[in-house]
Design a binder for this molecule. Sequence first.
Ligand code: G3P
Ligand code: CA
Length: 241
Amino acid sequence: MQTLIFAHRGASGKAPENTMAAFKLAVDHGADGIELDVQMSNDGHLVVIHDETIDRTTDGTGWVCELSLEQLRSVRAGHRSKIYKREKIPLLSEVLELLQPTKMELNIELKNNLIPYEGLEEKLINLISKYGMEKRTVISSFNHNSIAKLSIICPEIEKAILYEMGIFEPWEYAKKVGAQSIHPHFHNSSRSIVDRMHKEGMSVRPWTVNTDTEFMEMLEMDVDAVITNYPLKMKRILENY
Ligand code: G3P
Ligand code: CA
């Protein structure tokens, strides 16, 4: 199977991370999938933003969980760029709408390891079902309790455990949690792990693979997908591989 290219926070090497501009660019660059981060507003809307606060990526300030959708939508998420200065924090539904007519896959990372957003998993499943994206979505999280919950309430959607440091026999651990795949930091991927995962019918998608050398190493390991800020560059390398 050919290694797929997932655009990390969209084509975030070329446009502001987690904005519709970065997601549209990923589509235009021929990415096979998009990875994005989800948090929840204080009035229960699923929004696409990496941090728990809006301070780093927007011209506003405050905690996502303490701001309403209206407040979150009033700030600019591309304010450091002339071209992208009008970008807003997207709703997850906007990205689902963008990808629904395509054949692209979607990796939704739940950013619920610091803030235990009440009802987040249920809202997410409803939204994925509304757009009929169950078979093209993988839900990942560093919060493995949330993955375990999802494995009970939505067995039909693929789940992945995210981790940075190594995990002993990750295929066994993932199965116990109820995940079908692992998303390790690329430093913690190896040919033997990938082979064993494949033997178990499970997938490996390392992150964040940004240099040519890192990408070549991942191709040699035969990983299922790489999560990268530079989907266009990786597509070009793949064409000549
Ligand atoms: O999903 C892979 C990767 O995005 C996890 O780390 O911090 O970029 O969300 P982070
Ligand atoms: Ca992420």
